[in-house]
Write a protein that binds this ligand. Structure first.
Ligand code: AKG
Ligand code: FE2
Length: 327
């Protein structure tokens, strides 16, 4: 962990001796079993299979410029390297800075889960619809961060819409009725930094599903994202220039459980920091999700329930709370 002062104090205590070499990559690690979808010619059967079997796929030919993906990663890196105190001071509504957990309240502050339950991650939460209110004009670093986020956000909206429409087709859902189940303006971007920690098995994020309709991930080359499927963990290898698409809980409910939300986690690297940029998109405010396996509910209902469960139980129960059980 270099630049210690940029880390939350609770993270600095973990800064023990680093080992000298990277872990060797074993045979299985070099295999990439994750399904691949080409955005320029979407094969609906292949897309459907990926959504049913994996809840996650790799996207190529997405036409997000590689320079934009890299510039945003680099700019996020610079912003993370500011001192912990500056990050706490500079980022207030609408862009917030958080650490120790990815679970946030609607206003972007971390939902604390106690000192013994730390996730080794820090992040910036950026609601795209409110980006214009982000006071960044005085500071060139923040100003270019904002410009990159705006451009990146437009691309993410385009990808989400194209993929969602293809999924609606594959599921044979009514395309007019489905429209309100995806609203690009509800989207937010999160930039994450995971510290390099010599401890084995430290988790940046524990096993979870995303609450979104879709999540779009741009990860750096360090790796650490893992998918849980058929009782096994699969490494989601970083391949530069590709994006990882995750199906979230809303998509699982919209599809009436034909598709599944991806169960995943993030392991921290033993030597180096990892950076990732994630986009999450949700249904329109107030839009009711109707499907025979679930009670009608809105994303706000779902979010309120998740927040309540995290506060009272310490974890997210998720879709199970809205499921109709037929005995
Ligand atoms: O950083 C990553 O690779 C994944 C982050 C993630 O799973 C999340 O934000 O829900
Ligand atoms: Fe996630």
């Amino acid at each position: 962990m270099s630049n210690l002062g940029s880390y939350p104090p609770a993270f600095r205590r973990q800064n023990k001796e680093r080992s000298q070499k990277y872990d060797p990559v074993d045979e299985e690690d070099s295999l990439d079993l994750i399904p691949l979808i080409d955005l320029q010619c979407i094969n609906l059967d292949k897309l459907g299979e990926a959504c049913k079997e994996w809840g996650l796929f790799r996207l190529v030919n997405h036409q997000v410029p590689l320079t934009l993906m890299n510039q945003l990663q680099e700019q996020a890196k610079k912003v993370f390297s500011l001192s912990f105190e500056s990050k706490q001071g500079l980022f207030t509504s609408p862009v917030s800075y958080f650490w120790g957990t990815p679970a946030l309240t609607p206003s972007g502050t971390a939902l604390s889960r106690g000192p013994n339950n730390i996730h080794w991650v820090e992040g910036f939460n950026v609601p795209l619809g409110q980006l214009s209110q982000f006071q960044a004009d005085e500071d060139p670093m923040l100003h270019s961060f904002r410009l990159l986020l705006e451009e990146y956000g437009r691309h993410m909206g385009r990808l989400a819409k194209t993929l969602f429409e293809a999924m609606v087709k594959n599921l044979n859902l009514d395309s007019e009725e489905s429209k309100s189940n995806l609203s690009e303006s509800t989207g937010y971007v999160r930039a994450y930094r995971y510290p390099g920690l010599p401890e084995t098995e430290a988790l940046g994020m524990e096993l979870h599903t995303d609450s979104s309709v879709l999540s779009i991930l741009n990860q750096d080359i360090v790796g650490g994202l893992e998918l849980f499927k058929d009782d096994k963990w699969f490494k989601v290898k970083p391949i530069p220039g590709t994006m990882i698409i995750n199906l979230g809980d809303m998509m699982q409910a919209i599809s009436n459980d034909e598709y599944m939300s991806a169960k995943h986690r993030v392991k921290v690297n033993k030597q180096v920091e990892r950076f990732s940029i994630c986009y999450f998109v949700f249904p329109e405010e107030g839009s009711v999700i109707r499907s025979s396996n679930y009670k009608p509910f809105t994303y706000s209902d779902f979010r309120a329930q998740v927040q309540d469960d995290i506060k009272t139980l310490g974890y997210k129960v998720g879709l199970e709370r809205f499921k109709i059980h037929q005995d």
